[in-house]
Design a protein around this ligand. Sequence first.
Ligand code: G3P
Length: 217
Amino acid sequence: MKFFVDTADTAEIADLAATGMVDGVTTNPSLIKKSGRDIIEVTKEICGLTDGPVSAEVVALDHETMMKEAEVLRKIADNIAIKVPLTVDGLKTCKALTNDGTMVNVTLCFSANQALLAAKAGATFISPFVGRHDDNGFDGMKLIDDIRLIYDNYAYETEILVASIRHPVHVLESARIGADVATMPPNVIRGLFKHVLTDKGIEGFLKDWEATGQNIG
Ligand code: G3P
């Protein structure tokens, strides 16, 4: 399973990249706003922090302007994936971009039928938003399960990129289902390492080791 960091905070990305656990980065207009930085400048810096895909989102709603924005964004670096919304124009843009070899991440997916359309449009990644799904009383993980089944039925190569992840259980359940990628905020990635019994175990080992009076080396 690939782990992407869902942020435009370059300090956080650099810190997590050092763990070797980061396989890419996703951004969106809200994360760019949160960064307080120019989209081109911050995206370029992010592309230098990982060899993996970096998703940069168009903001136009019509195909023609999406293509123009995508042209600007994909010139930033070779590892740019263009993010488009799951709309008719977004999927037209997806098809055009993937036909000429550009990675495309189709975002704001909330149904398996939408994911089916994205795969037919040749999407590199599909981003179902599980957290927002759950927030509104739907079952986010059932959506991931349905998409996995449908994609496997037809051997679609589109990768399921689980987004809007709120906690480590979303990651665990996504991995159990066989999603390809989990994109998550920095705190969720850090939370994956944590377990109270690991901390207690280290504490106990070090206390007993200290009692031996020994050193290694
Ligand atoms: O990648 C999509 C993600 O940033 C959305 O997360 O928490 O706004 O639903 P959230």
